[in-house]
Write a protein that binds this ligand. Structure first.
Ligand SMILES: [Zn+2]
Ligand SMILES: [Zn+2]
Length: 167
């Protein structure tokens, strides 16, 4: 459970500081407008009583701030996954009913990993590093298909794996 918590925290850490600042500003401005200005300038029976206004203002401000932080998260997350960050950010902003967010979390690519040989950012499903040609998963040197590192012989062509690895 602690691991899930720290994972959640490290995910939050990627939210750009611009998004944090905007979220905080929007929250403060909403409080000022709803609590400071509305009771002074709007009069009549339509205006809710002060406690209700405080609740609406806090909850509303919180929700808007969270949405802004999530948009910031999508931007940073899509960027580190090698996706089109601008396109996805615009999608989650303009597609209504949170459908953009749902589509993003369903369709996002797996995280990039560093190549153990040259350190370039590469897709986690790559078999070879496109930058340096390093083989990322063990492959049978006879038939070229990817195999598990603990196999004694290739399950596809039957050639011994260990003997090829030592030569
Ligand atoms: Zn590489
Ligand atoms: Zn093979």
């Amino acid at each position: 459970m602690n691991q899930a918590k720290s994972h959640f925290r490290s995910e939050l850490a990627i939210i750009p500081s611009v998004a944090r600042v905007i979220a905080a500003l929007v929250f403060v401005v909403m409080q000022i407008c709803l609590l400071g200005l509305v009771p002074h300038f709007v009069h009549g029976p339509d205006i809710p009583p002060m406690p209700a206004l405080v609740a609406i203002s806090l909850v509303g401000g919180f929700i808007v701030a969270v949405i802004i932080l999530m948009i910031g998260y999508v931007y940073a997350d899509s960027k580190r996954r090698g996706m089109n960050a601008l396109l996805w950010t615009l999608l989650v902003i303009f597609v209504p009913k949170a459908l953009g967010f749902i589509a993003y979390f369903l369709l996002r690519k797996p995280l990039l990993i560093p190549c153990p040989n040259c350190g370039a950012e590469i897709g986690s499903d790559f078999r070879y590093c496109p930058k340096c040609g390093h083989a990322l998963t063990p492959t049978c040197s006879h038939c070229g298909r990817s195999i598990s590192g603990d196999y004694v012989c290739c399950p596809y062509c039957g050639k011994p794996v260990a003997a090829q690895a030592t030569t």
